[in-house]
Design a protein around this ligand. Structure first.
Ligand code: SAH
Length: 371
């Protein structure tokens, strides 16, 4: 149950729920209030070392550091986009890359976290795929990403002025690391800690059908987004090979089941990356609208212009194409929105997380097609 660092064999306390922390303290022969104290130190005050928890006796802090750790990730570099987006390239204790993106927004800022180092899926339009799967992240490593970003952006322990939204849309497939993901969300939702409730969280999946069904059974679940990228099995098999395992009919049947759990006014989201000349024709738009209408889903479609990066073989659809695609969807009663790319210049946009240590030269894209 306790989360052990394979290499250093110390328990990462940032990955324990309050109940687990109570168990840990009991085993360490400590009074029960210690759990609350340490949990608050880690998640409410966002301290990343026991040394800073000066409300704990010094001897105890020293003893604690022998068997446990308060943080395991280190920030290797930080990139700042001209649109204000920040990309953090972190590394795990065993030297694997973890990337997190901070996206400032008018109403409420968003943090995009990673669920795995690399990714095992082989979506042809996504740069992360090129890393392959390095490993799944632990719950502690997921929580730490948020702590590090919040401290950097707002100052150590300072509350975000308007709260924070989280999106599980960074590197990796969250639903192939379901247990750690759900545990991290539970830890982060605690009112005695970060207090980021599931309602503020959206998790995106490439379509791991059994986990969509499982999510539907969880009362305190986050919002769901599904990466579609194509309206037919033929094209989706090509762009997202996971479709061969769970084709569109299976995926949309699971969505239908998930739909039963939507709250009044809640929609779920389909993400549709727009690849120039590949999946962006009028015919594709009609096929997509028909597919969603056939299943009568309470969903909206987010159109994401492709974020280009060498060596991905695609260009973003030109903006008039994206607009036209949107109008066709709308004319058939499907709600559609165009997402503005953020942080493209620093490899921070959707599908660009691949532990790049440089920035992106978007000048090499002809102006007419750079949306
Ligand atoms: N594995 C999960 C979460 C990560 S991807 C999933 O597939 O949903 C997050 C989103 O970025 C997905 O909707 C994906 O379709 C999109 N995406 C991937 N590569 C992209 C690219 N190069 N440009 C634009 N969006 C991309």
């Amino acid at each position: 149950m306790l989360e052990l660092n394979q290499m250093e064999k110390r328990t990462n306390l940032a990955g324990l729920t309050l109940d687990e922390l109570a168990c840990f303290m009991q085993q360490a022969g400590q009074p029960s209030y210690r759990a609350r104290q340490v949990f608050s130190g880690l998640h409410e005050r966002r301290l990343q070392s026991f040394a800073e928890m000066t409300d704990l006796p010094k001897a105890f802090r020293e003893r604690l550091s022998e068997t446990a750790t308060a943080s395991t990730l280190t920030v290797e570099s930080r990139y700042l986009s001209e649109d204000g987006t920040r990309r953090y390239l972190m590394k795990t204790h065993d030297n694997l890359p973890v990337e997190t993106v901070f996206i400032p927004e008018e109403r409420r800022d968003t943090i995009c976290f990673s669920s795995q180092s690399g990714c095992p899926l082989q979506c042809t339009f996504c740069l992360t795929a090129q890393l392959g799967l390095l490993r799944s992240l632990t719950a502690g490593e997921i929580v730490e990403q948020i702590i590090i970003v919040l401290n950097d952006v707002y100052g150590g322990g300072e509350k975000p002025p308007h709260g924070t939204n989280l999106v599980g849309m960074g590197a990796g497939e969250p639903f192939l690391n379901f247990e750690s993901l759900m545990k991290a969300l539970e830890i982060m939702s605690d009112p005695h800690g970060l207090f980021i409730v599931p309602h503020r969280v959206t998790v995106s999946t490439a379509g791991i059908v059994p986990r969509i069904r499982e999510l539907a059974t969880i009362a305190t679940r986050p919002h769901l987004a599904i990466s579609l990228a194509a309206p037919t099995d033929e094209l989706r098999n090509e762009l997202m090979p996971i479709n061969k395992k769970w084709p569109l009919e299976d995926l949309l049947a699971a969505c239908k089941e998930f739909e039963q759990t939507l709250k009044p006014g809640e929609l779920f989201t389909f993400e549709y990356v727009m690849l120039d000349g590949v999946n962006d024709s009028d015919e594709h738009a009609r096929q997509l609208a028909n597919l969603l209408n056939r299943h009568a889903l309470r969903a909206k479609v987010n159109l994401i212009p492709h974020n280009p990066a060498d060596p991905l073989p695609y260009l973003p659809s030109p903006s008039y194409r994206v607009e036209q695609f949107k109008s066709i969807l709308e004319s058939k009663g499907v709600r559609a929105f165009i997402r503005r790319p953020r942080g493209r210049d620093i490899f921070a946009a959707c599908g660009q997380l691949a532990a790049r240590r440089e920035t992106n030269n978007i000048q090499s894209i002809p102006q007419s097609i750079a949306t």
